[in-house]
Write a protein that binds this ligand. Structure first.
Ligand SMILES: [Zn+2]
Length: 156
């Protein structure tokens, strides 16, 4: 049985070695640190880059009606463990957030319940989440309606 004190002591011992390692190998550690700084800077730049936003921010009533109808009135987002959420759709959600250049078009429209829409915020869904939704849509979208989720205003 390993005692908690032994673990703490081992970790403290390891932590004490860090300055020793860094002083012994300054160049590799500087390269690693520089790499992290670059990643951070690139991410910050990507966040602050201005995007072309759609002049119309809100979905029209006609778009909302069409979007709710094709979803059968049900939320389209991930619910419990990657299955479709069981909530009733009351919100027209931008798959790619409007503020991040998502278009106010049917391709970018996702029917969402209040809970999912609030928790999603201005996050861009992962490619994996997008694929899951498109696969589900094949089962409930009316015949001939494209299942593609997500469109950027600049690429319309
Ligand atoms: Zn939902």
């Amino acid at each position: 049985m390993i005692s908690p004190t032994a673990i703490t002591d081992a970790l403290t011992g390891l932590a004490a070695q860090i300055p020793v390692l860094v002083t012994a190998n300054p160049v590799p550690f500087a390269v690693i640190a520089g790499f992290f700084v670059l990643i951070y800077a690139a991410r910050a730049a990507a966040r602050n880059r201005p995007v072309a936003t759609d002049p119309s921010r809100l979905f029209s009533q006609a778009q909302r009606n069409e979007g709710f109808a094709r979803a059968g009135g049900r939320c389209e987002l991930d619910g419990f463990f990657f299955t479709r959420c069981k909530g009733q759709a009351h919100h027209g959600d931008h798959h790619f957030p409007w503020s991040r250049g998502g278009s106010t078009s049917m391709t970018n429209f996702v029917a969402a319940c209040a809970r999912c829409n609030t928790s999603k915020g201005a996050k861009i869904p992962s490619a994996w989440a997008t694929m899951r939704m498109e696969a589900r849509r094949r089962k409930y979208f009316p015949q001939g309606v494209p299942v593609k989720a997500g469109e950027r205003f600049a690429h319309r």
